[in-house]
Design a protein. Structure first.
Length: 287
């Protein structure tokens, strides 16, 4: 059994760790509320706009919508969305695992994969590979639509000029504070919606004109999809960190209680030994 001084030092150390993990849990809980409100308000709008975009794309030919052009896939851009910090459970590792699985699948088909890393953890996972294309770690310092639009424009321009034949986004989909789902989502090309009866598109009335509306609708919709993915990932990060720090605090508390019990047992054993020594010495003197 460890000596009393060692046990005391471990108990004090675990107590300090508990204070840190508890504080991180409270900070993440405070940030989660705002992040959760943002994604829950954005998601219906983004999903409906994506549905309209898919329906409208089905009514257009290739000359009217270059973003729907279906090509032989030779170059793929993966936008891998992770965080800048750790201590959030499997949040980062699940995205790295899924993205690397996708890289292996594409390379097995002789497709060149380019990775745009969003967040330091994604950058760390790919910076020593020849897949890395670019990175953007500063987006999390001030998450806003303009930053997401810049990421989307880079991917859109790469698709239009033929640098990439396909663009996919890998991110954590926020379900609730305890559940985040690693998700892969096709960004480009835009896939037209086909109903069960085989019909495509929808019945829309365009005002002022179809061309003017689509010229603005398609790029805006694509930028919003990226913004939604970033908001999803942001809320997922805070939820994952809050859950991880809650579990860490509970585990530290259990360990501290066990060490306190061991300390009390060791202290009682030491006191008992001292009493026995005193009694034994007294009996020896009496004898």
């Amino acid at each position: 059994m460890a000596n009393l001084k060692e046990l005391r030092n471990r108990i004090v150390s675990i107590g300090s760790t508990m204070q840190i993990t508890s504080a991180m849990k409270m900070v993440s809980a405070a940030k989660l509320k705002k992040a959760q409100d943002s994604i829950t308000q954005m998601r219906p709008y983004a999903n409906k706009l994506k549905e309209i975009l898919s329906n409208v794309s089905a009514t257009l030919d290739a000359s009217e919508n270059a973003f729907a052009e279906d090509r032989d896939v030779k170059n793929v851009l993966l936008i891998v969305v992770n965080s800048n910090r750790g201590l959030c459970g499997a949040f980062n590792s699940s995205i790295v695992k899924l993205s690397k699985k996708m890289v292996a699948e594409y390379e097995g088909q002789n497709v060149k994969v380019h990775v745009k890393a969003i967040g330091k953890k994604a950058w760390d996972a790919y910076r020593k590979t020849d897949n890395i294309h670019s990175e953007n770690n500063d987006i999390w310092n001030d998450l806003h639509f303009e930053g997401a639009a810049a990421i989307a424009e880079e991917a859109m321009n790469g698709f239009l000029d033929g640098t990439f034949d396909r663009v996919e986004v890998v991110y954590n989909h926020f379900k609730n504070a305890a559940v985040q789902e690693a998700t892969r989502e096709l960004f480009l090309p835009v896939v037209p919606t086909v109903s069960e009866n085989g019909s495509t598109g929808g019945d829309y009335i365009y005002e002022p004109s179809k061309e003017e509306i689509l010229e603005d609708l398609i790029p805006t919709s694509l930028k919003i999809q990226i913004f939604k993915a970033l908001l999803d990932s942001n809320a997922s990060e805070h939820g994952a960190r809050m859950t991880a720090m809650h579990k860490a605090t509970d585990n530290a508390n259990d360990l501290k209680n066990q060490l306190t019990l061991d300390y009390n047992k060791a202290r009682q054993a030491a006191i008992t030994n001292e009493i026995l020594e005193i009694v034994g010495g007294a009996e020896a003197l009496n004898g």
